[in-house]
Write a protein that binds this ligand. Structure first.
Ligand SMILES: [Zn+2]
Length: 509
């Protein structure tokens, strides 16, 4: 109640000179701290079991969002007159006993999965596949990127140790056939790694070009040593070398064959939720501003999405990731539906799933859009927007279009929100590629990606609702409301910077 009261006072004390803005202010005032807190409590409750893709709990959250969209009077934007768009998935069982890795070369050898090598993460490749080997060395620091031709389709060996995550983030998007983490794992660690037993994996058969995480195996240094010796690569080259730039060294004459046989357990599907608010301008209402966030999170340890139990807690609630963004999209839908004046362009509110598995829901929508993608003038994506400093918001991708300038001027025009848009505070993390907006950017839609950033609870059981700064998130959502309104009412569409367009859109088609 206290928060509602504060807001009410804020509305009542709007100065006379600002009265012209009142219709919009009424929309923004519909976004309240109390609603943000209440909805985070629903979406990230323990009973939602961390909303893995697919799961009954993910479907429950989708039904909740759809019911809210209906209550706000949005038009259904999903399949056949509903708010839901569903994409197909396959649930498969990977049995380590039925898979092997054959090293073909001058000294052929076979590694048995579950014994010599362990599948520790990612998606096992389907059936039989083979690729040349390569060794990655160097440090993730600096701007140096790997050449994709040195990685794509190859079986890439990388030393497991400090900095490995930062390197893996650069390697995995380049689609190696598999990533092999090599280390002198002591028995005590080796026994605790996943991959000794059968595991269940979710595959997205509609994925074009694929963005699921490639298979990540662990292999002991003593097992891999012979391979490096026969390839003439000194064992030292496996180390991440201090300040040297990242480099890929081909293992000449070595071919790695993966034989993986998975059992199809179930064909199923997962939801996106889509609601549309029609614009008022006869011409511009055929164009759309898209607001996105992802409903799914990484579930519980059994979901195979990387959730790890801590003590008695085995639920990765994903309150910030991305319960917060989901709640922001719902709050924005309510705000625009409540505002006295509707914008000229139409608005699409979409909460997707499968983000944590590989941006699946947004990829499916980008391939099977329910409104013409060429008519989507912008995507404003919110992922992890409820934490960290009170006044700071990272705006990723701001340098790529004039939307970056637009968010700055909206923030300047609304000092009462006390939100300072800044650039990417985590450049080494490659955030631009790590949320749903990227699927739209690749297709030529100008985007902004909002995040309040990473924190120690990221992908942990401790990303819980009590840690969300609902007051900050409400101010953030009001900022996106005013920005969305400006984009929807400005006759000229947002424009890419030509260099960025060349790099992100032309480069990926
Ligand atoms: Zn996440």
């Amino acid at each position: 109640m206290r928060y509602r009261l504060t807001l009410l006072l804020a509305v009542l004390t709007v100065p006379v000179a600002a009265q012209r803005r009142q219709p919009a202010a009424r929309g923004a005032a519909a976004i309240t701290t109390e609603d943000v807190r209440r909805r985070i409590g629903i979406i990230a409750a323990d009973s939602m079991l961390g909303r893995a893709t697919p799961s009954p709990q993910l479907d429950q959250v989708a039904a909740y969002v759809a019911a809210e969209f209906r209550r706000f009077g949005l038009k259904p934007g999903g399949d056949s007159g509903t708010y839901l768009q569903r994409y197909p998935l396959e649930v498969q069982r990977f049995d380590p006993d039925s898979a092997s890795i054959r090293i073909a070369g001058p000294m052929p050898t076979t590694w048995h999965t579950g014994q010599d090598v362990l599948l520790v993460d990612g998606q096992p490749p389907a059936g039989d596949s083979a690729g040349p080997g390569a060794v990655i060395t160097g440090s993730p620091q600096g701007a140096a990127a790997l050449d994709s031709s040195a990685v794509t389709g190859k079986v890439v060996f990388l030393a497991y140790g400090p900095g490995v995550n930062a390197v893996a983030v650069k390697i995995l998007p380049l689609r190696p056939l598999a990533l092999m983490l090599v280390a002198d794992f002591p028995d005590s660690i080796w026994q605790k790694l996943p991959g000794h037993q059968a595991s269940v994996h979710v595959r997205n058969p509609s994925e074009e070009g694929g963005s699921a995480i490639p298979a990540v195996f662990a292999v002991r240094a003593r097992t891999a040593r012979a391979l490096f010796t026969q390839a003439g690569v000194p064992p030292d080259s496996l180390r991440l070398w201090g300040d040297r730039p990242l480099a890929a060294h081909p293992l000449a004459e070595v071919k790695v064959q993966l034989a993986v046989h998975q059992q199809l357990l179930e064909r199923t599907s997962a939801p996106n939720v889509v609601g549309i608010l029609e614009g008022t301008d006869a011409a511009l209402k055929k164009e759309y501003v898209l607001f996105t966030a992802h409903m799914d999170h990484i579930g519980t340890p059994g979901a195979g999405e990387g959730c790890m139990a801590r003590g008695a807690d085995s639920i990765c609630n994903g309150a910030d990731d991305d319960g917060s963004g989901t709640v922001a999209v719902v709050a924005l839908a309510e705000a625009f539906a409540t505002a006295l004046e509707r914008p000229k362009r139409s608005l699409v509110f979409m909460t997707v799933s499968g983000e944590e598995r590989g941006l699946w829901g947004s990829a499916y929508f980008a391939e099977h859009p329910t409104v013409p993608l060429a008519s989507v003038v912008a995507d404003l994506n919110s992922d992890m927007v409820g934490r960290n400093a009170k006044d700071t918001l990272a705006v990723i991708g701001r340098e790529h279009s004039n939307l970056g300038g637009a968010v700055d001027s909206v923030a300047r025009a609304h000092p009462e929100l006390n939100i300072k848009p800044v650039g990417d505070l985590w450049p080494q993390e490659g955030l631009y590629y790590r949320s749903d907006h990227y699927n739209f950017a690749k297709k030529g839609v100008p985007i902004l990606f909002f995040t309040t950033g990473l924190h120690p609870d990221y992908h942990q059981v401790s990303d819980s609702p009590d840690k969300i700064d609902a007051e900050k998130e409400a101010r953030f959502a009001r900022l996106v409301f005013y920005l969305g309104l400006a984009v929807a009412n400005t006759t000229a569409r947002p424009r890419w910077n030509p260099e960025s367009y060349k790099q992100i859109v032309s480069g990926t088609n």
